[in-house]
Ligand binder design. Structure first.
Ligand SMILES: NC(=O)c1ccc[n+]([C@@H]2O[C@H](COP(=O)([O-])OP(=O)(O)OC[C@H]3O[C@@H](n4cnc5c(N)ncnc54)[C@H](OP(=O)(O)O)[C@@H]3O)[C@@H](O)[C@H]2O)c1
Length: 268
């Protein structure tokens, strides 16, 4: 898919990967519809994009609310009359060992955002994506395809989304395409500071530092856009994550040891 003149809805566009996707796609001539809860951030970014000659529309939406997802799609159609790409990016994470969590009610927030929020957006956008033979892009994670200590609720939500999208891909094979970007740790985003801790509170100010292996957000987004342009089904960032499906089947104990040591390196 070429990106010039294409209309992309980006959920979670007010920060991190979503914001960078908006800037880079707009620079390539795409129309970007930027959705998130924090309207001031969206308005500022969209103004910046428009001031430099791009096309961007901010829409305030909390994707845990089905009506608000439908509103994003309806406003996109009203403004641009089509949707070529739906980027499922809005997300929230956690860092807490399951048996140390007192109140697990934040699991619902994670599931409602990462899984159901995406389902609502796909449900509303799918008829329009079929008309353009468009694409769903998911900002996924290695944690969608394997377990990960301290992330039980996040892992479950991303597995659910992965399973859902695998089915959407099969059901609509002739009409749309689906790209899953399987990401490792990306630096330059707010995911860690916004993640839930053992008390169900955001970890603001207490975030762990990234290791030197973390990928800069600009580089990650450039690779995702190349994968969109090449119509890939899956992109692993960094590429070594593509070994995970193989290791899970043939060397699972080794894989789990590697993950535990990666988690330990990422502790504060
Ligand atoms: N960073 C990483 O290391 C990494 C690795 C693998 C996968 N990912 C995935 O990449 C995606 C983006 O992560 P990021 O690192 O860019 O995180 P981020 O900097 O925290 O950005 C998250 C975005 O999601 C939005 N959001 C959260 N809840 C929302 C809701 N209920 N409704 C609408 N928007 C909502 C936030 O905006 P508002 O608060 O304004 O609503 C924000 O724009 C996530 O799905 C994450 O799981 C990230």
């Amino acid at each position: 898919m070429t990106t010039k003149d294409k209309v992309f809805i980006i959920t979670g566009a007010s920060a991190g990967i979503g914001s960078e996707l908006a800037y880079q796609l707009a620079k390539k001539g795409a129309h970007v519809v930027c959705a998130a809860r924090t309207m001031t951030k969206l308005e500022n970014m969209c103004k910046e994009i428009r001031d430099s000659g791009g096309s961007a529309l901010p829409i305030q939406a909390d994707i845990t609310d089905k009506n608000q997802c439908e509103k994003v799609v309806a406003q996109t159609i009203k403004s641009f009359n089509k949707i070529d790409g739906l980027i499922l990016n809005a997300g929230i994470s956690m860092w807490a060992k399951f048996d140390e969590i007192k109140d697990i009610s934040f699991f619902k927030t994670i599931m409602n955002t990462n899984y159901l929020g995406s389902v609502y957006c796909v449900h509303a956008a799918l008829p329009f994506l079929k008309k353009t033979k468009g694409k769903i892009i998911s900002c996924s994670t290695a944690q969608a395809i394997m377990g990960f200590p301290n992330h039980s609720g996040y892992v479950a939500s991303k597995h659910a989304l992965h399973g859902f999208l695998s089915t959407i891909r099969m059901e609509n094979k002739e009409e749309i395409t689906v790209l899953e970007a399987v990401l490792s740790w990306i630096k330059g985003t707010n995911l860690r500071s916004n993640s839930f801790d053992v008390n169900g509170k955001k970890q603001k100010g207490l975030t762990r530092k990234h290791t030197k292996e973390a990928i800069p957000v600009t580089q990650c987004v450039k690779t995702i856009i190349t994968a969109i342009e090449k119509d890939l089904k899956t992109i692993y960032i960094p590429r070594k994550l593509s070994l995970i499906p193989f290791l899970k089947v043939f060397l699972n104990q080794f894989l789990e040891r590697k993950v535990v040591s990666a988690i330990n390196e990422n502790k504060k």
